[in-house]
Design a protein around this ligand. Structure first.
Ligand code: ADP
Length: 459
């Protein structure tokens, strides 16, 4: 609709403008012709006998060979001179005195004639000049243009509509392709990717972004599947052990001592399962995006000392030494139970993966813009290939598995979540056979005034 209106408007304007331009050019030519006539007659040399006006006008007509008709009347309307030419171009004097130029456009015998009528002075006398010229060519040109416009316009319209369809079809084609491909992607086909159109525009960027999103989803779903199967495996193993122990104990009459041992074994498995469920709950809690952290001012110095003391008996049993290098009165803002849990996990691992008579060092210090909690040990260390994965859920380094130690590969995953929830970072440096150092950096901004301390050391 807009295109049609534009075409009609543009066509109308061009037609009107051309008409005006042609008319004004014709008018200027006729005015120039009149000026030349007056000048020609009045500038005639006066030497010798005077030349009659009619002769001068005849000379002029011969000299300029124009198709315009010149007619000169005296002021009483009697014809004085009329240039040769078809009689149907000779237009009568209008009903006006025309002391100023009178312009006219008349139709006569299927001709269109433009006229100038003017009272002029020739050889000192006043005459009426009537100039008339055919302008049929002018209208022929306009008609030809109008006709061609009527022919070309619908054609152009058809072309632009057709072209528009083709162009928009081509432009939308990649979108339809993306649509079709996207519909094929379900939870089972997350490895599929949308073909990236080489359009170099937003569409290409959008497709790349979608593919990145799919990649992240694929990894997340893979982890979740792995997580579920690991839990199922762990739980079913424990339940099988409990059922077998109970079944064996009940298969025949046993002494109270035998029943006690069986129940003890079942109790150990129950405790392990309870611990696993506890950890899973913590993970589920960590997964809640809107998990609410109970921010409080915490005396980190006291917390670290307290947790280290709790691990002291285990270290003694293993013949290990826990060394404390803790600066006084270090406070931070955070969730008390989460920070305690994170510190316990690091200490638990340090003791677990350090052989007898090893040393575990716990340090807490102020750095330029942060607080630094470090747990290092002289233990078995972590192979280089495993370092990027130790913070993944259920990841355990094969070589470090021990018969007697509890291990489910969830500790560091929880520790990392706690650290990130406190807008902090955790790093590890480790060498197999030499030991590992875990460093938690808490930004200075997390520190606060310690007026409403939430931490109360366990007695
Ligand atoms: P878990 O200790 O229950 O297996 P974690 O997530 O706490 O699970 O640790 C993942 C793995 O990282 C452990 O299985 C162990 O191989 C390795 N690891 C963690 N801490 C240490 C450490 N201090 N020394 C050596 N290896 C460690």
């Amino acid at each position: 609709m807009f295109t049609v209106a534009t075409m009609v408007g543009l066509g109308g304007f061009s037609f009107w403008y051309l008409d005006r331009a042609l008319a004004s050019s014709r008018r200027r030519t006729m005015e120039a012709r009149e000026d030349r006539l007056v000048e020609f007659v009045n500038a005639w040399p006066n030497s010798g006998s005077p030349v009659p006006l009619v002769r001068k006008l005849q000379q002029l007509t011969l000299a300029i060979a124009s198709t315009d008709i010149i007619q000169i009347y005296d002021l009483n309307g009697r014809i004085v001179y009329s240039s040769p030419g078809p009689s149907d171009l000779k237009v009568p004097w209008p009903n006006q005195d025309c002391t100023e130029r009178c312009y006219g456009l008349v139709r006569q015998n299927a001709h269109r004639i433009r006229t100038i009528n003017h009272v002029i002075t020739l050889d000192g006398q006043r005459y009426r000049l009537s100039l008339s010229g055919k302008i049929d060519e002018h209208f022929d040109v306009l008609n030809a243009i109008r006709n061609s416009y009527f022919l070309v316009c619908p054609l152009m319209l058809l072309l632009s509509v057709g072209g528009g369809f083709i162009v928009s079809g081509r432009a939308l084609e990649p979108i339809s392709r993306i649509n079709v491909e996207a519909q094929k992607i379900g939870i089972q086909e997350l490895q599929r990717r949308i073909p990236v159109p080489e359009t170099g525009d937003e569409l290409q960027t959008l497709t790349v972004t979608w593919n990145q999103l799919l990649e992240r989803l694929e990894i997340a779903v893979e982890r979740l599947t792995q997580f579920t199967s690991d839990i199922s495996h762990d739980l079913s193993t424990t339940i099988t052990v409990m059922m077998t122990t109970a079944g064996l104990a009940l298969s025949r009459d046993r002494s109270p001592e035998e029943y006690r041992i069986a129940l003890q074994n079942i109790n150990v498995e129950c405790e392990a399962t309870a611990e696993l469920l506890d950890t899973l709950l913590a993970i589920a809690r960590a997964d809640l995006v809107h998990q609410k952290i109970e921010w409080k001012a915490i005396n980190l110095t006291d917390l670290v000392i307290e947790v280290s003391q709790q691990f002291q008996p285990r270290a003694i049993v293993k013949g290990q030494t826990i060394t404390l290098q803790v600066e006084d009165e270090i406070w931070t803002n955070g969730d008390l139970s989460l920070l305690r849990r994170m510190t316990s996990i690091l200490l638990d691992n340090a003791i677990k993966y350090t052989p007898e008579s090893g040393i575990v060092t716990v340090s807490l210090a102020r750095r330029q813009n942060s607080l630094e909690l470090r747990v290092s040990d002289t233990g078995i260390g972590i192979p280089e290939h495993a370092i990027p994965r130790i913070f993944d859920r259920f990841y355990r380094v094969e070589e470090s598995r021990t018969e007697n130690e509890e291990s489910n590969g969830l500790g560091l995953a929880i520790a990392k979540w706690v650290v990130e929830a406190h807008r902090s970072t955790i790093d590890v440096v480790s060498k197999p056979g030499q030991g590992s150092t875990f460093t938690v950096s808490i930004p200075q901004v997390a520190q606060t005034e310690h007026t409403d301390a939430a931490y109360a050391p366990l007695s």
